[in-house]
Design a protein around this ligand. Structure first.
Ligand SMILES: [Zn+2]
Length: 363
């Protein structure tokens, strides 16, 4: 990924065509390629990720009223590295934000044991879950994503367990059949990532006469174990404790610039998303893309300062944004700049194992 990204960056910078030999597939002469290879550092990008998202943390309320951790880290590092016009811009968010302040899931019978606590794994509670302290019997509905999964099963007043998404389980189990909540074990790759807990949400607004209930996200290993115990005839009783609050949302965009040499009116953008929902703070999705583009910029600034690369011909805007909504808000506010930007290179999930997840890199 690193090398590919650098080849991409090389497109962005205007190189005086030095009369020297080139390897056919490269866009720059070898001395410039070697300078890039020797300067750019995956370790520094990793350090930036660790500063932004050190662990699956619960975002403190103070960040919603001040600045988000990721924005501050990116802005501080961008200034430190010599980017120009570094700024954190704030935009109103169309949606109210949901945040749990306490969330625990217990198996209370036959023997009490704690299944999950959002202070251990922040995404274990599905966002949108309503405040409540509910104890009820657990019912396995298999997948739980089709009406036939519920045939012959009484889920009213109970908690449904399934491997469909928490939203599907909520719609079919809670809204249509009166269950009180859902436990979903629904990661993207259940066979490869048997201990992975997916980030999930449920709808906070219920149809008339129903409540939204609660949703929990379990690892496949854990969900299957509960299903096996139910299949063996055990009666399992679940207690879900949720305290949640909701408040007006806001978005933050970090913008930084590497100025061009003044010879072109065209400008470029390089981007990654800082947030995807405020609860899920993804080291891979997409602190990795932000950290990598920051490192691209840092190395370019350094190499230009050292005289190893020419100044870029076009001004490069670095945009670290709340994914789609934050990008739209920034573009709308900066209409004049937007008109000059001829291309954007967006990087999402740079920490992904491409082969393992069957992904592709395209440009
Ligand atoms: Zn993403």
């Amino acid at each position: 990924m690193k090398r590919l990204s650098w080849v991409v960056l090389c497109v962005c910078i205007a190189s005086p065509l030095a009369a020297q030999e080139r390897e056919d597939r490269l866009l720059l002469p070898w001395d410039q390629m070697h300078a890039i290879i020797n300067e750019v550092s995956g370790e520094r990008a990793l350090q930036a990720v660790l500063e932004m998202v050190p662990y699956p943390r619960v975002r403190p309320r103070a960040e919603y009223e001040g600045r988000f951790r990721e924005s501050e880290v990116m802005a501080r590092l961008a200034r430190e590295y010599g980017f120009s016009n570094v700024e954190i811009e704030v935009f109103p968010s169309p949606q109210r934000l949901w945040q749990a302040t306490r969330a625990e899931l217990w198996l209370v019978a036959p023997r009490p044991s704690k299944i999950a606590d959002f202070r251990d794994v922040a995404v274990s509670i599905a966002s949108g879950s309503e405040t409540g302290d509910v104890t009820a019997e657990l019912v396995d509905v298999g997948a739980g994503g089709r009406p036939e999964d519920y045939a012959g099963k009484d889920v009213k007043g109970k908690v449904v367990l399934g491997w469909a998404s928490s939203q599907q389980l909520q719609r079919l189990g809670v809204f249509e059949r009166g269950a009180v909540g859902v436990l979903s074990y629904n990661p993207i790759h259940p066979e490869d990532d048997i201990d992975q807990i997916g980030s999930q949400s449920i709808s906070a607004s219920a149809p008339q006469g129903r409540t939204a209930g609660f949703g929990w996200s379990l690892a496949p290993r854990h969900g299957r174990d509960l299903a096996r115990r139910l299949a063996q005839g055990e009666k399992l009783t679940i207690r879900s404790i949720v305290q949640a609050e909701s408040f007006p949302g806001r978005m933050e965009t970090v913008h930084a610039v590497i100025p061009g040499d003044g010879s072109s009116d065209q400008e470029l953008a390089v981007s990654g998303h800082l947030y995807e929902g405020y609860l899920k703070q993804g080291a891979n999705d997409d602190a990795s893309g932000c950290a990598m583009t920051l490192e691209m910029g840092r190395a370019l600034i350094r190499l230009v300062a050292d005289g190893k690369l020419p100044k870029p011909k076009r001004t490069i805007h670095f945009l670290w944004v709340p994914e789609i909504s934050g990008t739209a808000a920034w573009l709308q506010k900066h209409g004049d700049t937007t008109k000059k930007i001829v291309a954007d290179l967006n990087f999402d999930m740079e920490g992904l194992a491409l082969a393992r997840h069957g992904s592709i890199w395209t440009m």
